[in-house]
Ligand binder design. Structure first.
Ligand code: 13P
Length: 249
C-alpha cells in the first residue's frame, strides 16, 4: 500500500492563502514526482473547490467534516454531494476536535462513516485517547470502542476506501509527539482490531497524527504499522509539508 501523507488545515486560510499553498504543493509534485506517496489535503470547506482545482491532479482533497443527510434544514452543515461538487474525494470523520470540542459521540461518528461511504467518498476515521484515558490504562479499550462502533457495520468492500488516523489527543497541536514505543503499541492494537473487523484488515492504512514535523516524519514513517501521516500545523506551509511528503525517501 502507498504511504499516505495528509494535510489537515483545520480552520486556517482564506481562499487566496489556500490556493497559494495548494498551487506550490502541486507544482513541486509535478516537477519532482513522488510515486511512493499518496498526498491529500483537507482544506476548510470554503476553499475545497479552489484547492481541488489547484491540485492539478497531483493529489486528492477532502472535507474536514460532513453531515449525514443529502440536503435539508441543517444550518451550517455540508452534505456529501456538495463535497463531490467541490472536487473532494475524501472526508475526515471523528477528528478529536470534533469529538471533544463539538461533543460528537461514537454513534454519530458511526452514522457519518456509513453515510459517507454510501455516498461514494473515502473515509479517514480519526481515533485516539486523551491523556487521562492513557494514564488510566484505557488505551486499548478506547481504541476498541472507537473503531468497532464506527466500523463493525461495514462490509468487506469498505476496505480500500477507509483509512484510520491514530491521533493521541495529548499530542495534537502540543508540540509533544508520541514516542516510538507509544506509536508502535497503539498501531499494533489498531491493526489487531482491524483484523477482527475485516478479514483483510491488513490492507487498511493506519496513519499517525500529532505534532508531526519535517524533523520527526522519517522516524515515525519507519515504524511498523505506520502507513502514513496526518499533519496539522506543519502542513500549513508548502515547504514544511513537502519536506514531510518526501521524508525518508
Ligand atoms: P498537529 O500536527 O498540529 O499536532 O495536528 C494534528 C492533527 O490534529 C491533524 O489532524
Amino acid at each position: 500500500m502507498k504511504t499516505i501523507i495528509a494535510a489537515n488545515w483545520k480552520m486556517n486560510k482564506t481562499r487566496p492563502q489556500a490556493v497559494a499553498v495548494a498551487g506550490d504543493v502541486a507544482a513541486s509534485l509535478k516537477e519532482s514526482p513522488v510515486p511512493e506517496r499518496e498526498v491529500l489535503i483537507f482544506p476548510p470547506a470554503t476553499c475545497l473547490d479552489c484547492v481541488s482545482a489547484a491540485a492539478d491532479n497531483m493529489y486528492e482533497t477532502g472535507i474536514q467534516n460532513l453531515y449525514p443527510a443529502e440536503e435539508g434544514a441543517f444550518t451550517g452543515e455540508i452534505a456529501p454531494g456538495m463535497v463531490h461538487d467541490a472536487g473532494g474525494t475524501w472526508a475526515l470523520i471523528g477528528h478529536s476536535e470534533r469529538r471533544h470540542i463539538f461533543m460528537e459521540p461514537d454513534d454519530f461518528i458511526a452514522t457519518k462513516v456509513n453515510f459517507t461511504l454510501a455516498h461514494d467518498l473515502k473515509v479517514m476515521l480519526c481515533v485516539g485517547e486523551t491523556l487521562p484515558e492513557r494514564e488510566a490504562g484505557q488505551l486499548r479499550a478506547v481504541l476498541l470502542r472507537q473503531l468497532t462502533s464506527a466500523l463493525s457495520g461495514q462490509a468487506a468492500g469498505a476496505v480500500g476506501r477507509i483509512a484510520i488516523a491514530y491521533e493521541p489527543v495529548w499530542a495534537i497541536g502540543t508540540g509533544k509527539t508520541a514516542g516510538s514505543q507509544e506509536i508502535l503499541e497503539a498501531h499494533e492494537i489498531i491493526r489487531d482490531i482491524l483484523r477482527m473487523v475485516f478479514t483483510s484488515g491488513d490492507e487498511v492504512p493506519i496513519l499517525y497524527g500529532g505534532s508531526v514535523k519535517p524533523a520527526n516524519a522519517a522516524e515515525i514513517l519507519a515504524l511498523d504499522n505506520v502507513n502514513g501521516l496526518l499533519v496539522g500545523g506543519a502542513s500549513l506551509e508548502a515547504r514544511s509539508f513537502l519536506d514531510i511528503v518526501r521524508a525518508g525517501l
